[in-house]
Design a protein around this ligand. Structure first.
Ligand code: ARG
Length: 463
C-alpha cells in the first residue's frame, strides 16, 4: 500500500485488476512533456508566491527538467503500473528529490492538472493539423491553377448535369477546407484558457497567482470559474467536431477519386506509389488510400460520439468517466494526421486525364440547359424553352445523336427561334465560358476565385 500516493485512508492494497482497470498511463503517457511543462509553471508560481521556498521551487524545476530529458532520451521508461502520467512524474520526482518532491502538488489537484495537460497537448496537435490542412489547400490550389480550362461534367444525383471545369470542382474542396481551418482556429482559441489552479474543484486557500501560470503556459487567461475549469471538456468535443467535418470533406473527395479512377470514369490515374494491387487479380490497381480515408471517417465520427455521450450525464465537477476523453480525442487526432499526410502527396502525384473528362462532358446532354437558355435569350419563357429542349433531347436519344449533331431542320421543326448560331451557343466551350455568374466555372471566374481563396488562406494565418 505504501506505493499508492493516496494510501493514507486505505487499509488494503488495491486489487491488481482494479489497478490495471483504473490506470491510464498506457494512453496518457504521451502527455509527459505537457505534464512536466505544467508542473514547471506551477512550481515557479509556488516559489514566487512564497508558498514553497525559492530553493525548493528551483530544485523541483531542475528535477522535472531531468525527468523530461531522461524520458526523451529513453533513459527513463514509463512504469506501466503507475496510475497515470501525473502520478508517475510526481513519484519519480520524489524518488529523485525526497521530501522536496512531495511539495510540488501543493494547492493543485490532478483534476486541474489533467485539464491543463490535455489543453496543452491538444493545442500542439491543432497547430500541427492546421499546418497539414494548409499544405493540402496549397496543393489543391496549384492543381486547380493548371486546370481552369479542363472541361468536365458536373453531376447531380451522379447523373451528368452541366459542364464545369476540373479547377472549379477542385476549388469547391478548397472552400470546404478553408472553413475547416476556421473551425480549427476557433477550437484552438477557446481551448487556450488555463484551468491550472482550479484545484480539485473549489480553488485553494493558498495565495496563488493563476494569472502567472496562465501567462507562463501561453494561455490567453485563467479560467474564471474553478468548477468549470475542472469539469469542462468542450475543447475536446469542439475539436472532435472540427475533425469530423474535416474528415467528412476528405471522405467525399476520396469517394470521388475512387469513382474517377475506375474504368467507368477514367478521369484520373493514381501514381503507382499511391495505389495497391490485388493478391489474385493481376490487372488491379486499387485506390486503398482513399478507401481507408473514407473508412476512417466513420471512426473519427465514433470518437466524437464517444466524447459527447461520455459528457452528457456528468454532474459537475470531475468524474472518472472523463478519463475516457483521451483515447477518443487522441484516436481522432492521430487518424486525421495520418489521413491528411497521405492524401496530400497522393493528390499531388495523380495524373489528370483531361481528354476523358472532356469526352464524358460531350455525352449526356449536359448542354441542354444552355439550349433552353438560347431560346429564352430569343424571348421565349423558360418553361416553354425547357419543354422544347426536352423534346429535342428525346429525339436525339431516339436517333442516337447529340444536340451538337442534330440537324438544324429538326430544331426549326420545333420553333423558328432556332438558327445556325444554336450550335455555337451549345458548344461545351461556350457553355463553360459563358457561365460567368459569380462563383461559376468560367475560367476567368475561377481564376478570381483562386485569388480570393489564396487571400483567405493568408488571412487565416498560422496558429
Ligand atoms: N487519469 C485521470 C484522468 O485522465 C487523471 C485525473 C484523476 N483525478 C482523479 N480525481 N481521480 O482523468
Amino acid at each position: 500500500m505504501a506505493d499508492m500516493m493516496w494510501a493514507g485512508r486505505f487499509s488494503k492494497q488495491v486489487d491488481a485488476g482494479v489497478n490495471a482497470f483504473n490506470s491510464s498511463i498506457a494512453f496518457d503517457g504521451r502527455m509527459y512533456r505537457h505534464d512536466i511543462q505544467g508542473s514547471i509553471a506551477h512550481a515557479t508560481m509556488l516559489g514566487d508566491c512564497g508558498i514553497i521556498t525559492k530553493e525548493d521551487s528551483l530544485s523541483i524545476i531542475e528535477g522535472l527538467k531531468g525527468i523530461l530529458s531522461d524520458i526523451d532520451s529513453g533513459k527513463l521508461e514509463l512504469d506501466p503500473n503507475a496510475e497515470d502520467i501525473h502520478m508517475f512524474v510526481e513519484a519519480e520526482l520524489t524518488k529523485r528529490l525526497g521530501d522536496v518532491g512531495k511539495r510540488l502538488h501543493t494547492s493543485r489537484s490532478r483534476n486541474d492538472q489533467v485539464a491543463v495537460d490535455l489543453r496543452l497537448y491538444l493545442r500542439d496537435e491543432v497547430k500541427e493539423i492546421t499546418a497539414l490542412v494548409r499544405e493540402l489547400i496549397t496543393t489543391i490550389i496549384s492543381l486547380a491553377k493548371k486546370h481552369t480550362e479542363t472541361i468536365m461534367p458536373g453531376y447531380t444525383h451522379l447523373q451528368r448535369a452541366q459542364p464545369i471545369t476540373f479547377a472549379h470542382h477542385l476549388m469547391a474542396y478548397v472552400w470546404m477546407l478553408l472553413r475547416d481551418l476556421g473551425r480549427l482556429g476557433d477550437a484552438a482559441k477557446r481551448m487556450n484558457e488555463c484551468p491550472l489552479g482550479c484545484g480539485a474543484l473549489a480553488g485553494t486557500t493558498y495565495h496563488t497567482d493563476r494569472q502567472q501560470t496562465s501567462d507562463l503556459l501561453g494561455f490567453d487567461n485563467p479560467m474564471y470559474n474553478s468548477l468549470d475549469g475542472v469539469s469542462d471538456r468542450d475543447y475536446c468535443i469542439e475539436l472532435g467536431c472540427a475533425l469530423s467535418l474535416l474528415m467528412t470533406h476528405l471522405s467525399r473527395f476520396s469517394e470521388e477519386i475512387i469513382l474517377w479512377c475506375s474504368w467507368e470514369f477514367k478521369f484520373i490515374e493514381l501514381d503507382d506509389a499511391f495505389a495497391t494491387g490485388s493478391s489474385i487479380m493481376p490487372q488491379k490497381k486499387n485506390p486503398d488510400v482513399t478507401e481507408l480515408i473514407r473508412g476512417k471517417t466513420g471512426r473519427v465520427n465514433g470518437d466524437l460520439m464517444t466524447l459527447l455521450t461520455m459528457m452528457k450525464g456528468l454532474p459537475l465537477a470531475y468524474n472518472k468517466d472523463m478519463q475516457e476523453d483521451k483515447e477518443a480525442i487522441f484516436d481522432a487526432v492521430d487518424n486525421v494526421k495520418l489521413c491528411v499526410r497521405t492524401f496530400t502527396p497522393m493528390l499531388a502525384t495523380m495524373r489528370v486525364l483531361g481528354d476523358n473528362m472532356r469526352n464524358a462532358a460531350a455525352r449526356g446532354f449536359i448542354n441542354a440547359t444552355d439550349c433552353a437558355d438560347y431560346l429564352v435569350k430569343k424571348g421565349m419563357p423558360f418553361r416553354d424553352a425547357y419543354k422544347i429542349t426536352g423534346t429535342l433531347v428525346a429525339q436525339c436519344i431516339e436517333k442516337g445523336v447529340t444536340l451538337e449533331t442534330l440537324p438544324l431542320e429538326d430544331y426549326k421543326a420545333m420553333t423558328d427561334n432556332f438558327d445556325e448560331d444554336v450550335y455555337e451557343a451549345i458548344s461545351l466551350d461556350t457553355c463553360v465560358r459563358e457561365r460567368k455568374s459569380m462563383g461559376g466555372p468560367a475560367p476567368e471566374n475561377v481564376e478570381k476565385q483562386i485569388a480570393l481563396a489564396e487571400q483567405r488562406l493568408a488571412s487565416l494565418g498560422n496558429l
